[in-house]
Design a protein around this ligand. Structure first.
Ligand code: 5AD
Ligand code: SF4
Length: 449
């Protein structure tokens, strides 16, 4: 299949609704799906009543995501009965797994089309077929398919753009399904990425999120590594913020930390999943670093980057984890003082290495540990937010307030959400905000003229 994209506009008139589950990568894919549908003549709607096409872009990372999606697909049966012309498409990581795709087909015969993760290129053709009466069933692509370039996008926000810089993952952390559903690591060309940044900037976008499962290994084997790429982007003229995720501690270099510290526009927020504080568990997870190496890395980052904000992911209850291991995770959290942590109870993913490991700890016990983790982290996070009261932060304003519709909202260079009073003219610009109080998930402030 070619990796450039050409459109034959088939001009279907109708309303399309897309529901996205999971990570930023899925949201970025859905923006492309919206772009394709818009070009085909669809109107994208945000309410699933009375639509002609429904697409569920699914996630497979944990079992509860799967259960929720299955429940939601089941609920579509009555919609199809009410409106037999409705076409239903299920795609993404969940249905990239053949056994699950077959199960969806069998359990939900009213679903018209089941796709995997790499079919954006063929979407117009597949949809045209659907509306011409053919029923495709399950179509799964090769997970390592070349990257489809030049796909249209309809972005969720005028001011923020997700830019995928790479796809797939080669790390095979033993708990993780991603390498099996997103395929091997493939990086986009730096020239294409730069072109995209410049054109979105020209359209008014001021916040870019560079996306990949492990951005630090971008360009592996070529002469443009992530450090160079981000440096190039930092040197594009204009006032904007460059965010990136996700970083992997084994591949994040001190050189990259220096680049961030010396940059003009790179975000001072680092999302650096640690997963566990126990060396034994880190090894069993195949993470490729030790607790000491992780702590050294973040200490270096904190010493180099002023106002660095650090966030992480943590898994509780990995097979074989005991209370001593869990306590190491708690102690690491206290030492690292993350501004926030995404915490998960281990979920067994069939087909991964960890799924074969014996697991002696009960789900009840894991829930108790999980709640302890949340409570430790919430105190640390709260203290971090309160530490900003009285400080002035430069905020990029992106829209209406999250805490209150009457306020505006934006983000600081180190990734904190800040709501403040102001009129709509501020949306799309940078403002200096003095922080007057902290909620438990955001800051509230006032503009300094
Ligand atoms: N169980 C629980 N959490 C998981 N994650 C990935 N796979 C699993 C799993 N099987 C978490 C990791 C990862 C985040 C995106 O999801 O913490 O960093
Ligand atoms: Fe999964 Fe590990 Fe790859 Fe992240 S780095 S996507 S956790 S395999």
């Amino acid at each position: 299949m070619s990796n450039s994209y050409s459109f034959e506009v088939i001009n279907i008139k109708g309303k399309a609704y897309i529901r996205t589950y999971g990570c930023q990568q899925n949201f970025a894919d859905s923006e492309k799906i919206c772009g394709i549908l818009t070009l085909l003549g669809y109107t994208i709607v945000y309410n699933d009543d009375d639509v002609d096409l429904m697409i569920f872009n699914t996630c497979a990372i944990r079992e509860n995501a799967k259960d929720r999606i299955f429940g939601n697909i089941g609920a579509l049966k009555h919609k199809k009965l009410k409106n037999p012309k409705l076409r239903i498409v299920i795609c993404g990581c969940l249905t990239q797994q053949r056994d699950i795709a077959e199960k969806v087909k069998k359990t939900f015969p009213f679903v018209d089309l089941i796709l995997g993760t790499n079919q954006l290129n063929s979407l117009p053709e597949l949809l045209a077929g659907l509306f011409n009466g053919s029923k495709h069933g399950v179509i799964l692509s090769d997970e390592d398919e070349p990257i489809a370039e030049n796909l249209p996008v309809v972005r969720d926000s005028k001011y923020k753009a997700n830019i995928s810089i790479m796809y797939g993952c080669d790390n095979y952390c033993t708990y993780c399904i991603v390498p099996y559903v997103r395929g091997r690591e493939r990086s986009r060309s730096a020239a294409k990425i730069m072109e995209e940044v410049k054109s979105f900037y020209y359209e008014g976008c001021r916040e870019f999120l560079l996306l990949g499962q492990n951005v630090n290994s971008y360009g592996k084997g070529t002469d443009v590594n992530f450090n160079r790429l981000i440096n190039y982007i930092d040197n594009i003229p204009g006032d904007f913020i460059i965010n990136f995720m996700t970083s992997h501690p084994k591949d994040l270099t001190k050189e990259l930390i220096d680049t961030i510290a010396d940059s003009k526009k790179i975000s001072y927020r680092l999302h650096l999943p640690v997963q566990s504080g126990s060396d034994r568990i880190l090894e069993a997870m195949n993470r490729g670093y030790t607790r000491r190496e992780y702590l050294e890395l973040i200490n270096y980052a904190k010493s180099r980057i002023p106002g660095l904000s650090l966030t992480t992911d943590i898994i509780v209850g990995f097979p074989g984890e005991d209370y001593a291991d869990f306590s190491e995770t708690i102690s690491l959290m206290k030492e690292a003082r993350f501004d926030s942590a995404y915490t998960f109870i281990y979920s067994k993913r069939p087909g991964t290495k960890a799924a074969e490991l014996p697991d002696y700890v009960s789900e009840e016990q894991k829930s108790i540990w999980f709640r302890e983790l949340l409570s430790v982290q919430s105190k640390i996070g709260e203290a971090a937010l309160n530490g900003y009261v009285g400080q002035t932060l430069r905020i990029f304003c992106t829209g209406k307030g999250r805490s209150d519709e009457k306020l505006l909202t934006g983000k600081s260079r180190n990734g904190f959400i800040v709501d403040f009073p102001g009129n709509d003219e501020k949306i799309g610009s940078f403002v200096n905000i003095k922080i007057i109080r902290a909620l438990n998930w955001a800051l509230i402030g006032e503009e300094i003229k």
